[in-house]
Write a protein that binds this ligand. Structure first.
Ligand code: NDP
Length: 453
């Protein structure tokens, strides 16, 4: 690739960018990568990983309480937010170093600065410019807040990971992944939590039964759930913040966390200069090979707003590198991507919701089991679990599998292989359950609770 400094230059060292850089370098490409924040990206630095650590932390209060039902008498306990944040930061530092060595070990040149496209082969890196035959944009997304009076007083998940104290009273705005997860975290750690959502059940886009069970679950945990309401403004009030709602109510809290979605991180990236097509939302338009309308410029991950999940970004980055630098033919396929919401209890899901399956698949058999997890027979905790299969009537393929309950993400990761492989309900039925588990329900449900069509 003479004439260019690099065969591949990657803008953004998050999950998708780092994977693509490493794999391309492994295929023999000369690779450069730049990052304006910390190597590791949203998932490692301010997303999935620190979030999961906080979810673990928030579970202990309940676990200590539940132990009483099993004969344990546990003395007074206290929780230190600063200790938790320190421990979490140490782990994030460790992972950041792992990512740095991964790049180093594969011979990728790292520029710890912002990269801006100057034209379709040139990237400006501060005072310096470099050229590359192929460019990959993997800059991810950033939190978005609606423009309402006083919105600057509210934090997003970015800041929630670095609060100096555990707020006593928190309002969480939104009904999606981040809102449900953080409402659970703050509640578990001892805050008074009000979750405010404009819709009538949390987690729009998920299966209807999942949405109902999660909405009820948040309330069971003691989260004050305010549905069908919008915040109209925020003002300072004494030491706290006053929120006004369009249903006429108002409330005072110590912190307001907005989790109202994320947008592609494309501001001043030079996309216009390079001729890259972008939708009004900022989303970079790509084909099945993650190629933009400019043939040497590619994009992966949240900036393309396809399925905004870390493992999807790494898969897109890996497929791109194999296709472009090893001559393989690896288009991406976003069907049957499993996902989880780490609310409490968590959700694991793969495939179609009942509602979407009716629309896209046709006649269905639907199997549902709702029960109290065995652990809570003695703990006495009022918690519900849900197991659900959505089956295409004609082919008998399981096209949707949804779990709410302890370990749901772990359970669904395994079952996702079966659903992705197009297995039929009969294959599920002939699989022996593991007893006693919650997951055995998924292979022992025999009669549909309803059929459509
Ligand atoms: P989501 O898109 O999941 O949820 C956004 C929420 O904000 C929705 O409930 C939405 O309501 C609401 N909302 C949007 N605009 C407004 C508005 N103007 N006023 C009031 N409410 C509004 O985004 P998140 O921020 O929760 O997460 C961003 C992405 O990050 C997710 O899509 C997911 O891909 C990823 N993520 C994945 C996680 C995981 O895998 N466990 C964890 C965290 C994030 P409505 O539904 O009515 O549109």
């Amino acid at each position: 690739m003479e004439g260019y400094d690099f065969d591949l230059f990657v803008i953004g060292a998050g999950s998708g960018g780092v994977r693509a850089a490493r794999i391309a370098a492994g295929h023999g490409a000369r690779v450069g990568i730049c990052e304006e924040s910390r190597v590791g990206g949203t998932c490692v630095i301010r997303g999935c990983v620190p979030k999961k650590l906080l979810v673990y932390a928030s579970h202990f209060a309940e676990d200590l309480e539940d132990a009483a039902g099993y004969g344990w008498e546990i003395g007074p306990s206290t929780f230190s937010w600063p200790d938790l944040i320190r421990a979490k930061d140490k782990e994030i530092d460790r992972l950041n170093s792992v990512y740095l060595s991964l790049l180093d070990n594969t011979g990728v040149t790292l520029y710890e600065t912002r990269g801006v496209l100057q034209d379709r082969h040139t990237i400006r890196l501060g005072e310096e410019t470099v050229t590359a035959k192929t460019i990959l944009i993997a800059v991810g997304g950033r939190p978005w807040k609606p423009e309402i009076p006083g919105i600057d007083l509210a934090i997003t998940s970015d800041e929630a990971f670095h609060l100096e104290y555990l707020p006593k009273r928190v309002a969480v705005i939104g009904g999606g992944f981040i809102a449900c997860e953080f409402a659970g975290i703050f509640k578990g750690l001892g805050s008074e939590v009000t979750q405010i959502y404009r819709g009538d059940a949390l987690l729009r886009g998920f299966d209807g039964d999942v949405r109902r069970v999660v909405s009820e679950g948040q309330v069971r945990k003691g989260i004050k759930l305010v549905l069908e309401a919008n915040v109209t403004g925020l003002t300072k009030s004494g030491d706290g913040l006053q929120l006004t709602l369009d249903n006429g109510d108002s409330l005072e809290v110590d912190e307001v966390l907005y989790a109202t979605g994320r947008v592609p991180n494309v501001r001043n990236l030079g996309l216009r200069e390079a001729g890259v097509e972008v939708k009004a939302s900022g989303q970079i338009v790509v084909d099945r090979y993650s190629c933009t309308n400019v043939e040497n410029i590619f994009a992966v991950g949240d900036v393309t707003n396809r399925v905004n999940l870390t493992p999807v970004a790494t898969y897109e980055g890996h497929s791109f590198a194999d296709t472009e630098f090893a001559g393989m033919n690896r288009p991406v396929n976003h069907e049957y991507v499993p996902s989880a919401v780490f609310c409490q209890p968590p959700v694991g899901t793969v495939g179609y919701s009942e509602e979407d399956a009716l629309h896209h698949i046709g006649p269905l058999d639907v199997y549902v089991s709702e029960f109290r997890p065995m652990k809570h027979t003695l703990s006495g905790r009022d918690e519900k679990a849900l197991m659900k299969l959505v089956v295409a009537k004609e082919s008998q393929k399981v096209v949707g599998l949804h779990v709410v309950g302890p370990d749901a993400p772990e359970i669904v990761q395994g079952f996702a292989v079966a659903v992705k492989s197009g297995l039929t309900k009969e294959r599920f039925d002939c699989t022996i359950g593991i007893h006693p588990t919650a997951a055995e329900e998924l292979v022992t449900m025999r009669s549909p609770v309803r059929s459509h069509g």
